[in-house]
Design a protein around this ligand. Structure first.
Ligand code: CP
Length: 349
């Protein structure tokens, strides 16, 4: 039983040190670019690697993940002891429903043990400890895997290079990447279409800040998928994605109804209101740019979304939730199989 003494009125309440939010304050050094990370080109390469960027993967590596995910989905019991005796830290410094729960469920279904953290308030980061010192501690207790979501771009990449004895999985770093999401998106689209080079997909909405879209685009370009980007003029990411070899066909968001008639898949992403300018936020405040029944019309396109959809500013109307074209819940459920596949391959199995 705990005892809380009454407060002493003569004691001055200590002021809480403010914890700076900037990455550079914590991380001693520069973020490590993805091209310094181990590429994963074949099945055997997985064993030594962390998975922190889709840039590590070529088509062969992704095919290994897809095949394994399909095998696990059809017979999950066969894989339920692969991680027996192994420990994963699940460190989610920013909010998550799908990625955190599917990652922890995946590891548990592989037979492993999870220690989980959400936010930083319960850690000594709240007392001003640096990110570097904090991760020196986490890694010192020798978990086998660390699944990390951070609001800081490149933090998983930085840690994977600094602490290479641990297997790191990037579960989303700021507005940069969400590589495991890209794998579950790829798995979902491959379940629907045999030849991806014949598929045309429209990415809709906030292309500039949506890490799920950026990671998926970098993957799809390697499969020859045709892409069109439909966004308000200030929320395109033309130059950034062209640097990855993407043929960036830009359409204005006002052309959405016409574009959905011409594609096989419509992929929308939650407007990242927390990252965009006040002017850009205004674009979304009254439900403008929403995908709904009227916009979809007679289009046969499948509707994908990484989720969540912000119910205050829904980029997809709930009237489409039960529409047969909507596959976003199925897509999210596939996160379990894709993540089990990635983890098993990273264990070298
Ligand atoms: N898709 C996705 O990353 O969802 P969460 O933020 O809920 O994990």
């Amino acid at each position: 039983m705990s005892y809380n003494p009454p407060p002493n009125p003569n004691l001055k309440k200590p002021s809480t040190p403010s914890v700076p939010k900037s990455t550079s304050v914590y991380v001693q050094g520069q973020p490590i670019p993805a091209d310094q990370l181990l590429p994963i080109h074949g099945k055997r390469d997985f064993k030594l690697a962390s998975f922190v960027s889709v840039e590590q993967l070529n088509v062969l590596g992704m095919d290994h993940i897809m095949t394994r995910a399909g095998n696990i989905k059809s017979n999950p019991i066969k894989y339920n002891k692969l991680a027996k005796g192994k420990l994963m830290y699940s460190l989610f410094f920013s909010n998550s429903t799908r990625t955190r729960f599917s990652t922890e469920t995946a590891w548990t279904k592989l037979g492993g043990t999870v220690i989980s953290l959400e936010g930083t308030d319960s850690t000594s980061i709240a007392k001003g400890e640096s990110i570097d010192h904090t991760f020196n501690m986490f890694t010192g207790y020798e978990p086998d895997f660390i699944a990390l979501r951070a609001p800081i771009e490149y933090l998983p990449q930085y840690m994977a290079v600094k602490h290479p004895d641990i297997t790191w999985i990037n579960c989303g770093d700021g507005s940069n990447e969400h590589p495991t999401q890209a794998m579950l998106d790829l798995f979902t689209i491959k379940e629907k279409f045999e030849d991806l080079s014949k598929v045309k997909i429209a990415f809709v909405g906030d292309i500039k800040y949506q890490r799920t879209i950026k990671s998926f685009v970098k993957v799809l370009v390697k499969f020859g998928v045709q892409m069109v980007f439909v966004a308000p003029s200030t929320l395109h990411a033309k130059e950034e994605l062209e640097a990855f070899g993407v043929e960036y066909i830009a359409k204005d968001i006002s052309e959405l109804s016409e574009v959905v008639q011409t594609v096989d898949v419509v992929y929308s992403g939650r407007p990242q209101l927390e990252r965009m300018s006040l002017e850009d936020r205004e674009l979304y405040k009254d439900g403008t740019h929403q995908i709904n029944l009227a916009v979809m019309g007679s289009s046969k396109a499948l509707i994908m979304h990484a989720l969540p959809i912000n119910s205050a500013f829904p980029d997809i109307h709930t009237e489409l939730d039960s529409d047969p074209r909507s596959i976003y819940f199925e897509q999210a459920a596939n996160g379990l199989w894709a993540r089990m596949a990635i983890m098993s391959l990273l264990m070298g199995i």
